[in-house]
Design a protein around this ligand. Structure first.
Ligand SMILES: [Zn+2]
Length: 86
């Protein structure tokens, strides 16, 4: 039996696009999403709606990859998110 979940196919959440209403996993509506970079990830509906999960984390990885030391990356990372949330 297919559980009824909200149809979010084709909807955009940040860099993610919902490609399929996957179904109920662990009692929660779960969606198969594709990121801008082409990576597919499974995301819970609640995380999408609260904008908790809007990329497959590729942007963060790409961002951190441009720094030579972990300390430098960590500092820049904090600034980056401070800017984004403000
Ligand atoms: Zn990605």
């Amino acid at each position: 039996m297919r559980w009824p979940i909200t149809d979010l196919t084709g909807k955009h959440f940040g860099s993610l696009v919902v490609v399929e209403n996957w179904g109920i996993v662990d009692g929660k509506a779960t969606y198969r999403c594709r990121c801008d970079c082409g990576t597919e990830v499974f995301v819970k509906g609640k995380e999408l709606r609260r904008a908790k999960k809007t990329t497959c984390d590729c942007q963060r990885r790409r961002f951190l990859g441009s720094f030579s030391t972990p300390a430098e990356a960590s500092l820049a990372y904090r600034k980056f998110y401070a800017l984004r949330s403000g």
